[in-house]
Design a protein around this ligand. Structure first.
Ligand SMILES: Cc1cc2nc3c(=O)[nH]c(=O)nc-3n(C[C@H](O)[C@H](O)[C@H](O)COP(=O)(O)OP(=O)(O)OC[C@H]3O[C@@H](n4cnc5c(N)ncnc54)[C@H](O)[C@@H]3O)c2cc1C
Ligand SMILES: *[C@@H]1O[C@H](CO)[C@@H](O)[C@H](O)[C@H]1NC(C)=O
Ligand SMILES: *[C@@H]1O[C@H](CO)[C@@H](O)[C@H](O)[C@H]1NC(C)=O
Ligand SMILES: *[C@@H]1O[C@H](CO)[C@@H](O)[C@H](O)[C@H]1NC(C)=O
Length: 405
């Protein structure tokens, strides 16, 4: 979903800021030249494993590291690849036995399953996400476009069962919704307008993350922020509240938040749901070869700069010197804790693990950290069922789309 885009842009932004901080000079990170024609799909599992499951051992830690990244999710890999493009030597430490985080795949009974990501949007030619992915994989990722009818939502049980469909397409998305919800044309037009506004003004929200904190506080406290753009209002209004102004149709309200990520519409920001819907407006895509193609093609970029991605490397602690500056991490190897030192440490393990498990307790106790941690809660738990179907899609009569029940 489009947290992807968020993860990617946050990782890119922070890495770019980092580049200036640690280097103090201008680097050429992006180039058109690095984008090569995609090579043939590597299906040999030995060859894939050699890259995706390099086990941690002391001898494999590259010398004179510029940065350590904890976690090989798409966020960690993106940060590491960008630093590598700037000539930095980075090691990514992953506690699982294969790289990729939520993009890794598992094999069972001859089938391969994606554990997380299964469709991405905004991958049309020259889109930000496409360009970013091309840069961090040297152009090696390929995508298959899904059917325009990419999402089905089933509401109610038995006799009350209703089925709704979401179509991609600049005009088709609104048109198909209008056909399914006669009489709701005005609400649908307004939803689409807000969706476009959310997407266009999203950079303003990113800017809040890079301008000085005191300035952000000032803008929030004085209410000036709200006057600068309507996007801040969309961000701070919950989905149910916003949709209740647009329509009384409960099914349309539900459909507008159907790209579910474990937070109910009452509690989720309208902005995020609108951005998610917008993310697929021009089509949904699947990485050719499966989810683990991301890690498979990002790892060589990190290795080219002398870095590496090592698995079975559970990071236990982030090490701080007496001034409170991070200088490395320790990795649990059996009963031992092995030090991996670098002047920059990037954690892709989420804020709870980073502050509550990896950093020393006196950091977590700081009032500013407490107030940060108090603002977020863990997501809802869920379980996934993986079903393997043996046959071609013609034989099985299936189309590429997602069904939420
Ligand atoms: C079921 C599911 C379906 C999804 N579908 C989609 C979709 O269709 N489209 C889409 O765009 N997005 C989708 N997403 C979301 C997307 O996959 C995630 O937002 C994204 O991959 C998260 O990346 P990340 O780098 O932030 O974290 P993660 O991928 O969670 O990576 C964090 C990594 O850190 C490692 N780690 C944690 N602690 C330590 C430690 N102490 N030491 C070493 N390593 C550690 C973890 O093992 C993990 O590999 C889906 C997610 C799920 C779960
Ligand atoms: C699918 O069926 C074919 C033919 O019966 C069989 O050869 C193949 O191994 C099966 N694949 C899986 C993954 O079960
Ligand atoms: C959603 O917003 C409305 C209006 O601001 C508020 O009354 C309600 O409590 C919010 N819902 C939740 C779950 O926070
Ligand atoms: C952190 O705060 C708790 C509760 O206020 C306190 O009991 C604990 O001693 C503190 N720990 C450190 C390391 O400061």
């Amino acid at each position: 979903m489009c947290w992807w885009l968020l993860v990617l842009s946050c990782a890119s932004l922070s890495s770019i800021v980092l580049l200036f901080l640690i280097g103090g000079q201008r680097y050429k990170v992006f180039s058109e030249k690095c984008v090569r024609r995609p090579g043939p799909l590597v299906t040999d599992s030995k060859q894939r494993d050699a890259r995706l499951t390099r086990g941690f051992c002391v001898d494999l830690i590259p010398p004179a590291l510029d940065a350590v990244v904890i976690g090989s999710g798409i966020g960690g890999l993106t940060a590491a690849a960008l630093l590598s493009k700037a000539g930095k030597r980075v090691v990514v430490l992953e506690r699982h036995d294969r790289a990729g985080g939520c993009t890794h795949t598992v094999q069972n009974k001859g089938f391969e399953f994606d554990v997380g990501s299964h469709h991405l949007g905004q991958l049309h030619e020259n889109s930000l996400l496409r360009v970013a992915l091309d840069q961090i994989t040297d152009g090696q990722l390929q995508f298959a476009r899904l059917e325009p009818h990419f999402h089905t939502l089933i509401l109610g049980q038995r006799d009350e069962r209703r089925e709704y469909h979401v179509h991609a397409g600049k005009t088709q998305m609104a048109e198909s919704l209008k056909k399914q919800f006669p009489g709701e044309e005005a609400a649908i037009d307004e939803f689409i307008r807000l969706m476009k506004l959310a997407s266009r003004r999203m950079p303003l929200i990113a800017i809040l993350k890079i301008i000085p904190h005191w300035l952000v506080n000032f803008l929030v406290r004085t209410g000036l922020l709200g006057h600068m753009s309507a996007v801040f209002h969309l961000a701070t209004t919950n989905h149910s509240e916003m949709m209740s102004h647009l329509t009384r149709n409960k099914d349309l309200q539900a459909l507008s938040a159907c790209l579910c990520y474990g937070v109910p519409p009452k509690e989720s920001s309208f902005l995020i749901n609108a951005l998610l819907m917008h993310h697929y407006r021009r089509g949904a895509y699947y990485p050719r070869g499966g989810g683990n193609e991301f890690a498979f093609h990002i790892i060589p970029v990190i290795q080219q700069a002398g870095g590496d991605v090592l698995v079975r490397a559970p990071v236990r602690r982030i090490l701080l010197d007496q001034h409170g500056k991070a200088y490395g991490v320790t990795v649990l190897k059996g009963p031992e804790e092995i030090q991996v030192q670098a002047p920059v440490v990037i954690s892709d393990t989420g804020m709870f693990d980073t502050f509550q498990k990896l950093l020393p307790p006196h950091i977590e106790n700081k009032s500013e950290i407490q107030s940060l941690l108090g603002m977020v809660r863990h997501g809802m738990g869920s379980f996934l069922v993986f079903v393997g179907l043996n046959g071609t899609k013609e034989e099985l009569g299936i189309v590429h789309q997602l069904v939420d029940v």
